[in-house]
Design a protein around this ligand. Sequence first.
Ligand code: NAP
Length: 438
Amino acid sequence: MSEVRTLKVALLGCGNVGAQVARILIDDAEALAARSGARLELSGIAVRTIDSPRDVELPRELFTTDADTLVKDADLVIELMGGIEPARSLILTAIQNGACVVTGNKALLAQDGPTLYEEADKAGVQLSYEAAVAGAIPILRPIRDSLSGDRITRVLGIVNGTTNFILDQMDSTGAQFADALAEAQRLGYAEADPTADVEGHDAAAKAAILASLSFHTRFSLDDVYCEGITKVSAEDIASAKEAGFVIKLLAIAEKIDSSDHGSGISVRVHPTLLPREHPLAAVRGAFNAVFIEAENAGELMFYGQGAGGTPTASAVLGDLVSAARRLVLGGPGRTETTTGHVPALTIDASDTSYYIGLDVADQAGVLARIAHIFAENGVSIEIMRQTIHRDSASNVESAELKIVTHRASEAALAATVEAVKGLDVINSVTSVLRVEGV
Ligand code: NAP
């Protein structure tokens, strides 16, 4: 019987995810060896502080603060430190030394992925990052491999659990944003500084990765239009609900053929109204899901836990086994296909449906005047609903108008809203939100 090869695995980082990866590497060594065709030997774990408390008890002799030396002596490197440096330099060192790399570092990939992919291609090693988007959900490999014979036209993702939890709380309890955020922090779903999540930056990094793989072109964070959820109010949620919608923070990548802006890919993150019957509307709490539309496959949805040490470790180990198998069998690493070369379009080129809330005077002819402005700007109305309110103190009646448009360009919509604001019968524009899935 031929001798089973041993591959040295260097682990960089032993936090939420790294500690679980180390545990599984040790506890499931036999099963992982059977699936990889090689023994995966955890050769060391690089951390900042050796004696920091850990979620998992691990042999102390595995720990080191000398990540450089650890990386240089490894066949496989798992980067779970996060941040840009030293993660970036360590990954480059690993690649240049011929090691395959597995990472969950979406911030680094969105910022400098192209350099890393090119270096990996040149060295003929595999760089895998399933954990970087939607945690445990196998989504990148299905896009890259299973759908490589198809043409993806649109990707809609709930890829940030914190914001989904907050919006879901607001939807189910009527809470304002600040209260729902405080609850998310109390339960450990949001960090003390929630900026990266609530401003949409984390989702934007994932949108860049999803768009790159879906459209075979390298997109970076600079190509992503990003709007977070801090301005979404309880009133927006309530009126969306009344009109049969739910508000989700979506990462969207879609192919657009625009007469004004040409063909390209719109990559964006923003709060979005979805019909309550849309499959993504059913994604509750901190769960993630990615909805894909492809020319031949039609609609597909991938759902699961988007974060957490153990679920994310599952994605990391899947990549590790696949990279190990590649080392055992030989041959070059799987390269990124960048055959698309389609340009990223700015938000002005995107065309979606819109939801507009208006507080208007309850007078005859108001609806006709508003409808006229929409028509003048080429924005066609799909739904218009009016609710009358009477202020008990002043006895003055006002009306709340909710309008859902057909698909329209950002520019046409902006011009419409500006013109509507100028009407003397408009008390205020209460919300302007994009709608998908209608
Ligand atoms: P974490 O809990 O903050 O752990 C980071 C680990 O890296 C710690 O063990 C830390 O060492 C070590 N580290 C940081 N800087 C270092 C340095 N300069 N030198 C050596 N060691 C260093 O992070 P995490 O939540 O496990 O996330 C790790 C990566 O996975 C990130 O890129 C994150 O975006 C990604 N990810 C996380 C999740 C999740 O649910 N947490 C989900 C998907 C993807 P000490 O322990 O000594 O401080």
